[in-house]
Design a protein. Structure first.
Length: 522
């Protein structure tokens, strides 16, 4: 019943703000335009369409607001008036009363707000779907004063989110049972993944931990700044962090006037994203302009300032390796290797013909190479890849949904910063270097260092384990230990072979070069 009532409310909001008229009026057929005039009779729809859409999404709650935030970054797909209004969802959702924020802070830390902060700005600097932010001055334990930002969770979020997620889960079940593509698309697993990330976003302790991890990962890159967390003042409902100063990344004119190199900023954004994804496997997954600023301070001019770490994506070593190989093959236009990777990973049936899949991927991707970002639509590429995936029964990977969403955000930001950016040539050197690190001496040393404790434990037992194994009487535990040791040894052998073959190839190439030079001299 709760799901049914929520569905009725969503329908009522859509009709109240004329979203049906907004959809139908985009068609050119005369009979649809006449239908639009009929269904809007008696309803006052004087406000601009973008404003109506934004207000409808705000009324429906945080999940719908986040959908609007994603759309706001895709100005290539949305009319300008709608994109401008949806951009207001990034940090200008109507705030809740400051008295509620103060009460939440005092309840979380069991102290009057004046005992925590020497000053507290009652007007929020930003207000979004999950929380709003106030600037303040914190009195630290050692008597110092620090400028901070105080993030307070919006009241009543959990019940609304639970209703929407229950409705989405029910609809996903319908899609899976009624659609021919239901099992391949895995809608219930996708909703479950979204459910997990959204509940994580409501816990500010988890968000603070995400920020701390990203801050450690990005330390030394000198391209990005991430605020410090004040752990004594972090609570599931309230989070206090270092105040960051910057200009929102979508205010390109202000950045240019401050002396920021916009083209370099676009390239640095690609580097930051690929570093988080492929080096760390831990990336900021809510990268709309409301969460990204750029420093204009003299000592950090042009550095990214990342905010809001409620949603982060993680990738396993297998996912990172698979994606990096795919990207590298794409950049080299080695479509056969892309097709082989899809079969090897089990994403397509094992009996799929490599040549047919290769040809289909080539037809999708080839038209978009050697084009600047303004002529490239990643959304269109994904759409055509989706059509291809349906033909070849490619299974959707729920763990990559956040990565796909973030890629769309990154492309939208890139279009605003530098429409002439060549995304392929910018990313290719990074990926090739990363792949070299995966098979070179650095990777060998890392593997040996990480496996050293396991070797130290297993090597003394190797003679006994081998004896028992040869006697064909190994216990389950001993068999598992032996297999574990052998697998580790195989990994090390592969790395050593790669290093040895690479070294031999280099020496042979050097010798050949010296012989050729001598022949030319004499």
């Amino acid at each position: 019943m709760a799901r049914f009532l929520r569905g009725i409310y969503i329908l009522w909001i859509a009709l109240r703000y004329g979203l049906d008229e907004l959809v139908l009026s985009s068609f050119r057929q005369p009979w649809l335009r006449r239908l639009t005039r009929i269904i809007t009779t008696g309803r006052r729809l004087d406000a601009p369409r973008g404003q109506r859409l934004r207000e409808a999404l705000e009324s429906l709650g945080p999940i719908f607001v986040k959908f609007g935030q994603v759309l706001s970054t895709r100005r290539d797909l949305m009319p300008a008036d709608i994109a401008d209004e949806l951009a207001r969802l990034q940090d200008r959702v109507p705030p809740f009363p400051v008295e509620i924020a103060v009460a939440a802070i005092e309840r979380a830390f069991r102290r009057p707000i004046d005992a925590i902060f020497t000053s507290f700005e009652r007007v929020p600097v930003a207000s979004a779907s999950i929380a709003q932010v106030h600037f303040a001055t914190l009195r630290t334990a050692d008597g110092r004063e620090r400028e901070v930002a105080v993030k307070v969770r919006r009241p009543g979020m959990l019940p609304t989110i639970e209703k929407d997620l229950a409705l989405m889960s029910m609809m996903a079940g319908w899609v899976e049972s009624l659609s021919a593509d239901g099992k391949r698309l895995k809608p219930r697993e996708v909703v479950a993944e979204f459910n997990k990330y959204l509940h994580d976003e409501l816990d500010f302790i988890r968000e603070a931990a995400n920020a701390a991890q990203l801050r450690r990962n990005m330390n030394g890159l000198d391209l990005v700044q991430i605020p410090e967390m004040f752990w004594d003042f972090c609570h599931p409902d309230v989070m206090v962090m270092e105040r960051m100063k910057g200009v929102p990344i979508n205010q390109v004119d202000r950045l240019h006037a401050a002396g920021v190199d916009i083209k370099r900023l676009a390239r640095d954004g690609v580097t930051i994203f690929f570093t988080q994804v492929f080096r760390d496997g831990f990336f900021h997954a809510d990268m709309h302009p409301g969460n990204i600023q750029v420093s204009v301070e003299p000592d950090s001019l042009g550095r990214y300032v990342l905010l809001d770490f409620g949603i982060v994506g993680t990738l396993t070593e297998y996912d990172k390796d698979y994606l990096a190989q795919n990207f590298t093959a794409f950049f080299r236009r080695d479509y056969k290797r892309v097709a082989e990777l899809h079969v090897e990973s089990g994403w397509v049936p094992a009996n799929t013909r490599i040549d047919e899949l290769e040809s289909a991927i080539r037809a999708v991707c080839e038209p978009y190479f050697d084009r600047p970002l303004k002529e490239l639509s990643l959304g269109m590429v994904l759409m055509r890849l989706f059509q291809t995936s349906r033909r070849f029964q490619v299974e959707i990977q729920p763990q990559l949904v956040l990565l796909q969403k973030t890629l769309l955000n990154i492309e939208g930001l890139g279009r605003q910063l530098d429409p002439d950016l060549d995304l392929w040539s910018t990313a290719k050197p990074f990926l090739e270097k990363w792949m070299l690190d995966q098979i070179g001496p650095k990777k060998l040393w890392t593997e040996l260092r990480d496996q050293a404790p396991r070797y130290a434990k297993l090597l003394p037992e190797l003679p006994r384990l081998l004896y028992e194994y040869l006697q064909d009487r190994p216990s389950g535990l001993h068999r598992r230990q032996l297999e574990e040791l052998l697998q580790a040894q195989h990994r090390t052998n592969r790395l050593l072979q790669t290093l040895i073959y690479g070294g031999v190839g280099f020496l042979l190439g050097l010798v050949a070069t010296m012989v050729l030079l001598r022949l030319r001299l004499f």
